[in-house]
Design a binder for this molecule. Structure first.
Ligand SMILES: NC(=O)c1ccc[n+]([C@@H]2O[C@H](COP(=O)([O-])OP(=O)(O)OC[C@H]3O[C@@H](n4cnc5c(N)ncnc54)[C@H](OP(=O)(O)O)[C@@H]3O)[C@@H](O)[C@H]2O)c1
Length: 180
C-alpha cells in the first residue's frame, strides 16, 4: 500500500510538493480552506485518484480535530507536512496528540516554518509525541546581485521534498539572518 502523506496548508506555496509526492506514488490528503484551489490541485495532478482534499479552517480547533481524526481513522498517516500560520499553533499541537492517540504506526512530521517564527524569540515550542520523528524546514531568503528576495514556491517545495528524503532533522532553505 502507498504511504499516506497529510499536507496541511498544501494548496499554496507547497502545491509543488503535493504534485511531486503524487508523481512519486504517495497517497496524499491536502488540507486548506479554499475548496476551488484544492480542486484545481487535484485536477492538475498526475494521479488525481491518489489525492484527497479536505476544505477546513485550522483556526476552528474543534472542527479541525474532528476532521483530522476522521482522516487518520480512514488511513493512518506516515508523513505530515505542516505549514501553519501562528493562529493555527493550537491545532498543530492537537493534531500531533490526536495522531499519536489514534494510530499505532510511527510517523514523521515535517514542520515548515517562516524565518520569523523560527527566530528563538518567537519560537513556538511543540510537544512532539514519542511515535513521531520530527523534522524542521526553515524558510529563509536568497541573495542575488546584492539584493534579497523571498524564496520562490518551487524553491520552497524542493526544500520540503529534500527534507522528506533526508536523515537530517533541520533543513534551512536559503539564508537566515543571524538568529542572536
Ligand atoms: N522566507 C520566509 O520566511 C517566508 C515565510 C512565509 C512565507 N513566505 C512567502 O510568502 C508567500 C505566501 O505565504 P503564505 O503563508 O500565504 O503561503 P501559501 O502557501 O501561499 O498559503 C498558505 C496555505 O495554507 C492554507 N491556509 C492558510 N490559512 C489557513 C487556515 N486558517 N486553515 C486552513 N488552511 C489555511 C492556504 O490555503 P487557503 O487560503 O485556501 O486556506 C494555503 O494552502 C510565499 O510565496 C512565500 O514565498 C516566505
Amino acid at each position: 500500500m502507498s504511504e499516506h502523506v497529510l499536507l496541511i496548508g498544501g494548496s499554496g506555496m507547497l502545491s509543488g510538493s503535493a504534485q511531486q509526492l503524487n508523481e512519486d506514488g504517495f497517497y496524499i490528503t491536502v488540507v486548506a480552506r479554499d475548496a476551488n484551489r484544492l480542486e484545481v490541485l487535484k485536477k492538475t495532478s498526475l494521479y488525481p485518484e491518489k489525492i484527497a482534499t479536505v476544505s477546513l479552517d485550522y483556526t476552528n480547533v474543534d472542527q479541525f480535530r474532528r476532521d483530522i481524526t476522521q482522516v487518520i481513522q480512514v488511513c493512518p498517516v506516515h508523513k505530515v507536512i505542516a505549514w501553519f500560520h501562528k493562529e493555527g499553533h493550537t491545532s498543530l499541537q492537537h493534531m500531533c496528540d490526536d495522531i499519536a492517540q489514534h494510530q499505532e504506526e510511527e510517523w514523521e512530521l515535517i514542520h515548515v516554518k517562516g524565518s520569523s517564527s523560527a527566530h528563538p524569540a518567537n519560537n513556538f515550542s511543540l510537544s512532539v509525541p514519542s511515535s513521531c520523528l520530527y523534522k524542521e524546514v526553515i524558510l529563509g531568503f536568497k541573495e542575488e546581485q546584492g539584493h534579497r528576495r523571498w524564496l520562490t514556491h518551487s524553491e520552497i517545495s524542493d526544500g520540503v521534498y529534500k527534507a522528506l528524503h533526508s536523515k537530517q532533522n533541520l533543513l534551512v532553505v536559503g539564508l537566515l539572518e543571524d538568529l542572536k
